[in-house]
Write a protein that binds this ligand. Structure first.
Ligand code: 7PM
Length: 288
């Protein structure tokens, strides 16, 4: 299995890690845009060194209730960082945005994946992604970031997320984005309570019939706060357990803050999976 990118294919036979890079001002220091960009570059180099296959660059916080960022400001944050990283590294760059203008400029600067929590539902977003030739991550979200956690309800969360993703695949295909360029994401925490997140995490197999690689973002999310009583900085163990459970069920891209630990945890899971797959398919498998 692979993901078609504008300039190459990303192999997804084994799960890979997407490191989260926030190009947003530090709430403690007030160094301005230059300092924000420099901090992001340092962090990106660190994640690449720890084995990230993809770096996901975002200039707007999608945190529920966060102040929206204007288009010009978002462009100023992400485009120079993408230009710099694409010259410096071979790592695949992804842009985390819902704005068509940011998608267009980010791809021109070297981004090869558009990660849109809105699944290209904004006006002209599908056309922009088609023209850019980029791969696209289609994520499910019920409601909008500001209010989505107020009272999310589902009759059948797995069926509803599946139906939504199927509809977005069709919209993309109709606009000329082939399935080889699409990644699907159930959108953990986006208009979902703990019970919905747990139901989805236990049923990732239900998305296999859509025939696109799955991306899962669980890193440090509030479901681990609810389950474990841990603040954001105490959620690594929960996040690693989540990443392993997802990869065990076939998830191919794990979007995380803690790249090094996740790469190691996935290596363990993948080794067990490989051993299981080869132990019963060939009489000579113990030789391999
Ligand atoms: C506060 C709450 C800050 C939530 C940040 C977040 C995903 C994503 C995000 C995801 C994809 C976070 C989220 N989550 N994109 N962007 N999938 N494709 O924890 O699950 O990073 S923002």
């Amino acid at each position: 299995m692979f993901l078609q990118l504008p300039r190459r294919r990303l192999a997804l036979d084994a799960p890979v890690v997407m490191g989260i890079l926030n190009v947003t001002p530090d709430s403690f220091s007030d160094g301005g845009l230059h300092a924000t960009r420099e901090r992001a570059l340092v962090r990106a180099r660190q994640m690449a060194g720890e084995g990230a296959a993809i770096i996901d660059i975002g200039g707007e916080s999608t945190r529920p209730g966060a102040a929206p960022v204007g288009e010009a400001e978002e462009l100023d944050r992400v485009v120079p960082v993408i230009e710099r990283l694409s010259r410096e590294f071979d790592v695949v760059l992804s842009v985390d945005t819902a704005k068509p203008a940011v998608m267009r400029e980010a791809c021109r600067a070297g981004a090869e994946i558009i990660n849109d929590i809105n699944a290209l539902r904004a006006e002209s977003a599908v056309e922009t992604a088609t023209a850019a030739g980029a791969a696209v991550c289609l994520m499910h979200m019920q409601g909008e970031p500001r209010t989505m956690q107020q009272d999310p309800r589902y009759a059948d969360v797995v069926a509803e997320v599946h139906g939504f993703l199927q509809e977005r695949i069709q919209a993309c295909q109709a606009a000329g984005i082939p399935r080889e360029r699409l990644v699907l994401d159930p959108g953990f925490g986006f208009g979902k309570k703990l019970e919905h997140n747990l139901a989805l995490l236990g049923r990732l197999d239900a998305f296999a019939d859509l025939h696109c690689p799955l991306l899962v973002g669980l890193s440090r999310k509030s479901m681990f706060g609810q389950l474990l009583g841990q603040p954001v900085e105490g959620r690594l163990a929960g996040s690693l357990a989540g990443a392993v459970l997802a990869a065990w069920q076939g998830a191919r891209i794990l979007r995380v803050h803690d790249v090094g630990p996740t790469v190691e945890a996935l290596k363990v899971a993948q080794s067990v999976k490989q051993a299981g797959a080869s132990s019963h398919d060939s009489p000579n498998s113990q030789l391999g």
